[in-house]
Design a protein. Structure first.
Length: 134
């Protein structure tokens, strides 16, 4: 899926609904800061909205960058074997910001991925129709 950070979650969700009739997969304004609060089905994936963390330290801890501003910021990739991916990250010295194969989600450090924030998972996004047999 793709993810965007939003300064005002309620206003961003409302504006997107106004301008874009994509099906809403979920809308949970109480979601933890490291999880998306809303998701829209885009036909072959999910566009997810995240809250901007309250501090630069939280931004760096969660996403590996300090700049707190609204933007598209994340691409999430579905892999068959997250344990194997985690082993490759460790053997290739790719830093894991947070998560684990056991948790079903790993976020790698953008400095080790050519500046791209990537989330890796072996689980489909909540509400996502089946893709590629998953």
């Amino acid at each position: 899926h793709w993810g965007a950070l939003a300064e005002n979650p309620d206003a961003t969700f409302a504006r997107m609904q106004e301008l874009w009739p994509a099906p809403v997969l979920w809308n949970d304004m109480t979601a933890p800061i490291d999880r998306p609060y809303a998701g829209f089905w885009v036909g072959d994936g999910v566009f997810a909205l995240y809250r901007i963390p309250d501090s630069e330290d939280d931004m760096e801890r969660l996403w590996g960058i300090r700049q707190r501003r609204a933007r598209v910021h994340l691409m999430s990739l579905l892999v068959d074997d997250l344990r194997a991916a985690e082993a490759v990250f460790r053997s290739e010295n790719i830093r894991i910001l947070r998560g684990s194969a056991k948790e079903g989600l790993i976020v790698t450090h953008p400095d080790d991925m050519q500046g791209i924030i990537l989330a890796w998972s072996d689980r489909a996004v909540q509400g996502q129709p089946s893709l590629c047999g998953k």
